[in-house]
Design a protein around this ligand. Structure first.
Ligand code: ADP
Length: 460
């Protein structure tokens, strides 16, 4: 199929519709009306002949089996429908009893001008009809010549109609092309803009400023908005990717620099290799190891062939010991820690993976809540789902950061998170693990007031 522009398609379509509306529809309408009118005329004529046949037969019977010229004339003469016809009544021996003359100019009123009727050269203008009279036997015959209408009226009517149909069609086509041009312009403009925008995006230009103007057509506006959103989302992803690279590099460099500096100083004899210094080096290496482990488990969880070992687990029985193990740590930090766990809620979980998720939420709650604050854990059932909520009255997360906290290496509060030792992958790992379990994790937070992390897991 040839590749035509949207505008070209529209113009062709409108042209087709205009031709249909301006020519085809009126022409078909006229043709059908004429056909119906002719059928009606024929039907009327046949009805008239039937009535005439009936009247003449009745007359013949009334007169006792003879044709009375005068009475036949009474029936035929006054009727206007026999104008333009020559009707001859023949008796059963085929002798002419009565002739109704054609009142046309070529004959006198009685039709006795001696010339044959119809004239030989005009025979094709006349229709010859033979009607036999009588009920059981033939008592007579009507021999009729009917003038076929010349069609002059029909021709002039058709010519008139064609002329105005053509004028109408030309006007319709002009209007349709003009409308098509405008509509196609309105449709193609946003599409062209969206195409340009996608090309820009494909070339890596995610510039987020809104250049797309509304067209007033819902679907097209949704398309252009969608392209705009795509650009913005890719711009966001790109920003996160760059940030991820710098963060990973930074995370790796910090412990490495500390350890290298210490070891070099010891090697150069500047520092003594005291157990404390060596322990510091070991702890930095461990931090490095932990970070690499996090990155590994994240890529494993986000990879396609993640293998879970799920077991049907009573969630209360699973959570209670985890929470109890955290209680002394919260106490040490001066945070009030409590929980309410509903009974008989079972989910199919990989206990190890899930333990990491809960550990992460609890360590975050502890890390980002000041002494004197509260952390509450709730387990409840809702519409065949287990709902686990970890809420705190901590520092909260700003509206700007909230949508990104589940991204890898995203830290809302840079300085504090780094001081508190977070690397920004905990929530990304938690999300990947919950997703792999067919659940959902989300967060609600108000800066300065506290946060609530919610896991929804299908019950079994
Ligand atoms: P981190 O190891 O830095 O805590 P996470 O992925 O666990 O990394 O969390 C990402 C970011 O989300 C944190 O840096 C922090 O800014 C924010 N965050 C997570 N949990 C909380 C919380 N309970 N209160 C406030 N901020 C939080």
């Amino acid at each position: 199929m040839r590749n035509r522009s949207l505008r070209c398609h529209f113009l062709l379509l409108y042209l087709l519709v205009a031709l249909m509306a301006g020519i085809v529809v009126p022409a078909l309408g006229t043709w059908f009306s004429m056909k119906a009118f002719r059928a009606y005329q024929l039907q009327r004529r046949n009805d008239d002949f039937d009535n005439l046949k009936e009247a003449l037969t009745a007359l013949y019977e009334e007169e006792g089996g003879i044709w009375k010229h005068r009475r036949v004339m009474d029936i035929l003469h006054p009727a206007p429908q026999w104008m333009g016809m020559k009707i001859t009544l023949l008796d059963s021996n085929n002798r002419a009893v009565f002739t109704l003359p054609d009142p046309g100019p070529q004959m006198n009123r009685k039709g006795h001008n001696g010339r044959p009727f119809p004239p030989d050269d005009k025979k094709e203008d006349y229709e010859h009809i033979i009607i036999h009279l009588g009920r059981e036997r033939i008592i007579g015959t009507l021999d009729i010549y009917q003038h076929i209408p010349s069609g002059r009226f029909e021709h002039s009517f058709l010519a008139y109609l064609t002329k105005y149909t053509l004028i109408g069609a030309v006007i319709t086509i002009i209007i349709a092309l003009w409308l098509g041009y405008i509509v196609a312009g309105r449709l193609s403009r946003p599409v062209i803009t969206a195409i340009e925008r996608t090309k820009q995006i494909a070339h890596g230009d995610y510039s987020t400023e809104e250049t797309l103007t509304a067209s007033g057509i819902r679907e097209l506006d949704a398309l252009t908005r969608g392209v705009g959103d795509l650009g913005r989302s890719l711009a966001g992803q790109e920003k996160l990717r760059r940030r991820l690279m710098t963060d990973v590099a930074h995370e790796l460099r910090t412990p490495l620099t500390v350890a290298i500096t210490q070891i070099e100083a010891i090697a150069d004899g500047i520092l003594e290799p005291t157990p404390e210094r060596l322990a510091l080096c070991v702890s930095e290496m461990q931090r490095l190891g932990g970070l690499i482990e996090n990155v590994e488990s994240l890529s494993r969880l986000e990879g396609e062939n993640i293998t879970l070992h799920p077991e049907v687990t009573d969630m209360k029985e699973f959570l209670a010991p985890v929470l109890e193990s955290f209680a002394p740590l919260f106490e040490k930090s001066g945070i009030n820690f409590s929980w309410t766990l509903s009974e008989k809620i079972s989910c199919s979980i990989d206990r190890d993976q899930f333990r990491h998720v809960i550990d992460n939420l609890l360590s975050n709650a502890m890390r980002y809540t000041n002494s004197g604050g509260n952390v509450i854990v709730r387990l409840s059932g809702h519409e065949h789902n287990a709902v686990i909520e970890v809420s705190d009255t901590g520092i909260g997360i700003s509206e700007k950061d909230l949508p990104n906290i589940f991204e890898r290496f995203y830290r809302a509060d840079e300085s504090r998170a780094r001081v508190t030792g977070g690397s920004g992958v905990g929530l990304a790992i938690a999300k990947a693990a919950v997703d792999a379990h067919g659940g959902k994790i989300s967060a609600a937070s108000v800066k300065g007031k506290g946060s609530c992390f919610k896991i929804v897991l299908p019950e079994v």
